[in-house]
Design a protein around this ligand. Structure first.
Ligand SMILES: Cc1cc2nc3c(=O)[nH]c(=O)nc-3n(C[C@H](O)[C@H](O)[C@H](O)COP(=O)(O)O)c2cc1C
Length: 374
């Protein structure tokens, strides 16, 4: 399974794990792949703490950091966090605040009562730039990845000048082509079935088109991969590696409240929906009363990014921290892809990595035994 991209990075297997959990980053990198820490929910101070921990535990292995600089968002002309917060606060209608609060109260979600009341400015260049600056101080962080658009030219230059690679996610062909034209080093091509922000075209259709459209740039296939047969399918379409998100959510190393794990364990592939209700852009998550409430004609429409994310920041942290309280799961933010229906047990990241490779080899062997008819 060694690809040119593996050689470029000096890794054993081209399996990339997107995760918000530092333990998963370390476990996957130590098992021969690359753990990539999703930084969107971290303030600069929190990110520093996470990266300190990773650096202390990852040994000689490499990792990546994923930031979110949307191509377009409300308030992108604001250059300081204070200006952006003031704009956001003024732009969120009271009707939206009341609706959100009522949904949480009606389902018995407790108010936030933990230490640390810091609201992060997710989904903005103001925060993402600070994250890139922090990541680039870390010698073992070899990749920067951006979700939701081509990173700005100055960030691309900054990452290249530091001797690292920079890539970005693409859920549409034209986004991948734009990444290539901007000088990115690789494209993570995510089909519609993937967890988190996802477009409309499925992986089966999008991956081969992307491989052709951005050649010779390496494409990492994302969206709908949780076993070795799916890895083989991606590699057979010309991908240089696979980028998985959902599978790690129910790994032994992932931090999750038991109630959230149960929701994931019980869900089938039909239980997810693409919804704008948490971030303002279409993202795939478990369907529940929250996602349905925001769809109704008599309720407010989700706001554009980053307003909706700022509005729901408290809902996200409360439904995550108090996942088992009251009817929290009915309004919880549980982002995951359609592969949720394939994830039926909790395994360590090491076991997942091993299984992906052995299933890949079995599937390859099975394909190779399909002899042509005489
Ligand atoms: C819980 C969750 C959160 C995600 N958040 C981000 C993110 O912040 N940045 C990003 O680039 N991708 C994010 N993604 C998308 C993943 O990077 C990845 O492309 C996707 O999970 C692949 O599809 P899969 O879920 O079928 O494995 C997220 C995915 C999940 C499941």
């Amino acid at each position: 399974m060694q690809t040119e991209f593996c050689k470029q990075l000096g890794i054993e297997v081209p399996i990339f794990a997107f995760t918000h959990c530092r333990d998963v980053v370390v476990a996957v990198s130590k098992a021969g792949g690359v753990g990539v820490l999703g930084a969107v929910g971290f303030s600069p101070a929190q990110l520093k703490e996470e990266l300190d921990w990773i650096d202390a535990h990852i040994g000689d292995h490499i990792y990546g950091v994923d930031t979110v600089i949307p191509q377009k968002y409300e308030g992108m002309d604001k250059s300081t966090p204070e200006e952006l917060v003031a704009m956001i606060q003024a732009a969120i209608p009271q009707e939206h605040r009341d609706f959100t609060e009522k949904l949480l109260a009606d389902h018995g979600v407790p108010p936030w009562s933990e230490a640390g009341d810091e609201v992060t400015l997710s989904f903005s260049a103001v925060q993402a730039q600070a994250q890139v600056d922090e990541a680039l101080t870390r010698p073992k962080c070899r990749l920067i990845v951006n979700a939701l658009g081509t990173p700005p030219d100055d960030v691309i230059k900054q990452v290249h000048d530091s001797g690292r690679l920079i890539g970005a996610l693409a859920g549409r062909l034209k986004h991948g082509i734009h990444h290539k034209e901007a000088g990115l080093d690789f494209v993570v091509c995510q089909g519609a079935e993937g967890g988190g922000h996802a477009g409309e075209v499925t992986s089966m259709v999008l991956w081969p088109q992307m491989v052709d459209a951005v050649a010779p740039l390496p494409v990492l296939a994302a969206g709908g991969i949780a076993d070795g047969r799916q890895v083989l399918a991606a590699m057979s379409m010309g991908a240089q590696g696979v980028w998985m998100g959902s599978r790690w959510l129910n790994s032994a190393e992932a931090h999750a409240e038991p109630a959230q794990r149960d929701s994931y364990m019980q869900a089938t592939s039909e239980d997810t929906v693409r919804s704008r209700s948490f971030t303002g852009k279409t993202a795939r998550m478990l369907k529940n009363e929250w996602t349905e409430a925001w769809e109704r004609p008599d309720t407010p429409d989700p706001l554009p990014m980053p307003l909706q994310g700022y509005l729901t920041f408290d809902a996200v942290r409360r439904t995550s921290r108090y996942a088992g309280a009251g009817e929290t799961q009915k309004v919880a933010f549980n982002p995951i892809g359609q592969v949720v229906g394939q994830i039926n047990e909790i395994e360590s990241c090491r076991d997942i990595m091993f299984r992906l490779q052995s299933e890949y080899l079995e599937a390859l062997e099975a394909v190779n035994t399909l002899t042509p008819a005489d």
